[in-house]
Ligand binder design. Structure first.
Ligand SMILES: [Zn+2]
Length: 286
C-alpha cells in the first residue's frame, strides 16, 4: 500500500489523504450484533449503508489510479475547501480558551474490545473525563463498552457508521452514515450524540449542513499525536507532549494498543506542567 499522504493545514492539523482512515475497515470482530440493536437500523438503511461503503471503495480505487499530479490537485482542492470554511461562521469546537492551561482528550475509532477498556481504566485512575467518537458499526457490536464509557462520565460523539470519508461519497450516503451511528448510540444510551467528527477530519460545506440538520456540533482538533501510524510508544509520548498548549484539543485512537500504554504517562506529565483536563462541554462554554 502506498504510504499515507498528508495535507498540512494552517490550523496545525494533519489530514490523512490516503492513510488508515481512508479504507473502509472490515468487520472488527465476529461478535454478533445484539438482538435489541438489530432492528434499530432498517433493512432499507442497511442497504444504503452497504451502498455507501461501495461508493467509498469506488472513490478509493479511482483515487489510487490518479497520477501523482492528480493527487496534488485533490490536496489543493481540500486545502481550498478548508480555507473557505475557516472564513465562514459555522458552529464547531476546534480548541479551548487560549488563556487557560486546559486540555481536552478525544478518542476516535472505538469502541475496541482490547484497547478501550485499558484507556477507560487509565482515565478513571487519573480522574480524567474525555470524549469518545464512536464508529457506529463497532458500537453496535460492543454495546456494553459504550455503556461503560457513559457510566464512567465520558461524552460520546458520532464518527460515522462505517468510518468512511464522508466528503467522498454522495451527500445522501454521508447523511445515512451519520444518522445510523446516532441511532445506534441513542438506542444504547438513550441519548443521541451531541458531537460529531467526520473520519479523517474531512468535511466540506455540504457535510457541515448535514451535521446541523442532524443537530450535532462538529468537533475538530488542535493536534494529533499520530498514534494511528503505530509509532514506538516513546516517540508517541514525546510527540504528544508537543501538542500541549492552553486550549489543546487532542485526538487519540482507542483502537491503538500504544495509546493505552501512553495515556497514563501523558496525563501525569501534563498535570505536572500545570494542565487541567476538561471535557468538551467546558470548551463549548468558553
Ligand atoms: Zn477515525
Amino acid at each position: 500500500m502506498a504510504p499515507p499522504q498528508y495535507v498540512c493545514l494552517s490550523l496545525g492539523v494533519m489530514l490523512s489523504i490516503t492513510g488508515r482512515a481512508a479504507v473502509p475497515e472490515p468487520g472488527p470482530s465476529p461478535a454478533p450484533v445484539s438482538d435489541p440493536l438489530r432492528s434499530v437500523i432498517s433493512s432499507t438503511e442497511r442497504a444504503a449503508l452497504a451502498r455507501a461503503v461501495e461508493q467509498a471503495m469506488e472513490f478509493r480505487d479511482s483515487y489510487d489510479r490518479l497520477p501523482h499530479h492528480g493527487h496534488e490537485w485533490a490536496e489543493m482542492l481540500a486545502q481550498e475547501e478548508w480555507g473557505t470554511l475557516r472564513h465562514r461562521i459555522y458552529p464547531h469546537i476546534g480548541h479551548g480558551p487560549a488563556n487557560r492551561r486546559w486540555v481536552s482528550l478525544t478518542f476516535d475509532d472505538g469502541p475496541d474490545p482490547a484497547v478501550t477498556p485499558k484507556v477507560l481504566d487509565a482515565l478513571r485512575a487519573a480522574g480524567v473525563k474525555a470524549t469518545f467518537f464512536l464508529v457506529g458499526r463497532k458500537a453496535e457490536r460492543y454495546p456494553d463498552l459504550v455503556r461503560r464509557i457513559v457510566a464512567e462520565g465520558h461524552a460520546l460523539g458520532n464518527h460515522s457508521y462505517d468510518h468512511l470519508y464522508l466528503t467522498r461519497i454522495p451527500p445522501e450516503s454521508a447523511r445515512v452514515e451519520l444518522d445510523a451511528c446516532s441511532k445506534i448510540i441513542q438506542a444504547i444510551t438513550g441519548h443521541p450524540p451531541r458531537y460529531y467528527r467526520p473520519p479523517g477530519g474531512h468535511f466540506d460545506r455540504i457535510l457541515v449542513g448535514i451535521g446541523q440538520q442532524l443537530h450535532m456540533l462538529l468537533v475538530t482538533w488542535t493536534f494529533s499525536p499520530g498514534d494511528y501510524a503505530d509509532p514506538p510508544p516513546i516517540s508517541l509520548l514525546e510527540h504528544a507532549l508537543r501538542g500541549l498548549r492552553p486550549g489543546a484539543l487532542l485526538i487519540w485512537h482507542d483502537d491503538v494498543p500504544e495509546t493505552a500504554q501512553i495515556v497514563p504517562e501523558f496525563i501525569r506529565e501534563a498535570k505536572a506542567r500545570g494542565y487541567r483536563f476538561v471535557p468538551l462541554s467546558e470548551y463549548e462554554k468558553s
